[in-house]
Design a protein around this ligand. Structure first.
Ligand SMILES: [Zn+2]
Ligand SMILES: [Zn+2]
Length: 206
């Protein structure tokens, strides 16, 4: 079926998991219907470190309400998020809950979000773009395996949560500095420039 964006006739697949049929909702302001459904999460719901796995259970509570201009959809969605801890890179799984509300106007538009907002497509409305925006915005930018994750040891990369509080290293001299230290046995205290450097910086002075 050709999928022209400007075709005003129904182009939504009524069997689509996020397509709702409003025929059972009287078009009389104040009428409302609530339903709960669990649908497979659509593809491509992720940001840098976290995402909702495609096909995982998306639990929706949907209230459709007739208003003068169209149908007001209020959705609460609960979804699993998987990702990597921003500090220790271990896998993270958590649930997020989002709530969004969108008006689908009776005016026959394309069904896409444009400056006029969303529109009903015949008796159908498509929750996917609305939910997609809400879910992606709710994804954690820096997921943590636990709020106080200590992260990785900066020196050896060990998981500090497993290594324990006693984990540490002898204050080792960086090999690049070790050579320098040998050449300057009576090194000046840190912060005081070495003689050669002072000489060099004074070269340009009158
Ligand atoms: Zn962590
Ligand atoms: Zn370490």
């Amino acid at each position: 079926m050709p999928n022209s964006r400007r075709t005003p006739t129904a182009r939504l697949d009524p069997r689509g998991p996020l397509v709702l049929d409003t025929r059972a909702l009287p078009r009389r302001p104040g009428s409302a219907r609530t339903e709960t459904r669990t649908v497979p999460a659509p593809t491509d719901l992720h940001t840098g470190l976290a995402g909702i796995p495609e096909g995982s259970d998306l639990r929706l509570d949907v209230t459709l309400e007739s208003v003068t201009e169209g149908v007001l959809a209020t959705v609460t969605a609960v979804a699993p998020v998987t990702g990597e801890c921003a500090r220790c890179l271990e896998p993270v799984t958590q649930m997020i809950e989002v709530r969004c509300q969108e008006l689908f106007s009776y005016e026959q538009g394309t069904g896409d979000a444009d400056e006029d907002g969303y529109a009903l497509d015949g008796d159908l409305l498509d929750l996917e773009p609305v939910l997609r925006d809400a879910l992606v915005l709710a994804l954690p930018l820096a997921p943590l395996c636990r709020p106080d994750c200590p992260g990785l040891c900066a020196e050896c990369g060990a998981l500090l949560a497993q290594a324990g509080p006693g984990h540490g290293h002898e204050r080792a001299i960086d090999p690049r500095w070790a050579g320098l230290q040998q050449r300057m046995p009576q090194a000046a205290p840190a912060g005081r420039p070495a003689p050669e450097i002072r000489e060099e910086s004074g070269r340009g002075r009158p």
